[in-house]
Design a protein around this ligand. Structure first.
Ligand SMILES: [Mn+2]
Length: 296
């Protein structure tokens, strides 16, 4: 069984580079055979020997996905975790979003048909999405941290917008946007209105937050780790995985002689990245890999 985690693509449309990279990645999950063929074709045209090709993490990943697909009875279900802010804006079930991101929706449907479990955490750019993603697609949607048992691992997953408790501006807007009145407006005001509103604010806030992140990388990393420790004291886990902060971090600390891993997925705006956790047998140690989906 494999589980993949990704977040913070902030896709404006499917034509942008990360949109294409995401589609290619999802296709590699739903039909690994085609990609395997393509890979073989590529290896023929490249000057590198087969062993060099084999040494690329993406290539070996394909072989494994392929193997797993062939042994379907042993791995009834893979998990895809979308940890929020996948889109620059998605509110409720408005047609404007469904149309804009249709190729992605179709890939998601394909994966669901192939018995993938898809879990979507709302971020601060995708809100009240269950009306489409759960009711029409069948994706599990969460708007706060949740725990998952994957093999022998206990995983806490969340978008991560509660990591920085000093960001009062964000916390206030989170409260407002999740208020029942706003939820009502989210469902009833036209999608075009939300798209317009998001465009209006996103450029300004992105420029500001990018600057802040560059200046405060170490401080942000510390926040991510502090949040992991605090969360662990509330309820134990093996991994905590989040996004939102746009600062990649993969850190292991130890509690009661047991390793605890704190991961922040960073953002595709800096670098496309997918976390893959492979559990060959329920009791075996998990294999953790970072996949560069741009190389698929
Ligand atoms: Mn966010």
């Amino acid at each position: 069984m494999k589980s993949w985690f990704l977040s913070d693509l902030h896709l404006k449309n499917m034509q942008e580079r990360n949109g294409e990279i995401l589609l290619r990645f999802l296709r590699s999950l739903s039909s690994p055979t085609d990609h395997h063929k393509k890979l073989q074709a590529n290896s023929g045209s490249e000057s590198g020997s087969e062993s060099e090709i084999e040494s690329k993490p993406t290539a070996s990943n394909f072989h494994e996905v392929l193997k797993l697909q062939n042994e379907k009875s042993e791995c009834p279900q893979h998990n895809l975790f979308l940890l929020g802010d996948i889109f620059d804006i998605w509110v409720s079930d408005h047609t404007v979003f469904v149309k804009e991101y249709l190729p992605l929706i179709e890939e998601i449907q394909m994966l669901l048909q192939k018995n993938f479990r898809i879990i979507y955490f709302e971020g601060n750019h995708d809100m009240h999405i269950d009306r489409f993603w759960t009711e029409q697609l069948g994706v599990e949607v969460y708007d706060e941290a949740a725990f998952f048992k994957i093999g022998n691992l206990e995983i806490r997953a969340e978008h991560g917008d509660l990591i920085n408790l000093n960001d009062e501006k964000h916390l206030r807007s989170r409260r407002i946007l999740r208020h029942p009145v706003m939820e009502f407006m989210g469902h009833h005001l036209p999608g075009l209105f939300w798209q317009w509103l998001a465009k209006k604010y996103s450029q300004k806030s992105r420029a500001r937050s990018t600057h802040y992140r560059q200046q405060n990388q170490e401080e942000i990393r510390q926040m991510i780790r502090d949040h992991a420790l605090k969360s662990y004291s509330e309820r134990h886990f093996d991994y905590i995985i989040s996004g939102h902060m746009h600062v990649f971090d993969d850190f292991i600390f130890s509690r009661e002689g047991r390793p605890i891993r704190s991961i922040n997925l960073g953002s595709w705006l800096e670098e496309p990245r997918v976390l893959q956790i492979t559990q060959k047998h329920p009791e075996s140690a998990p294999e953790v890999q970072w996949i560069d989906p741009a190389r698929l």
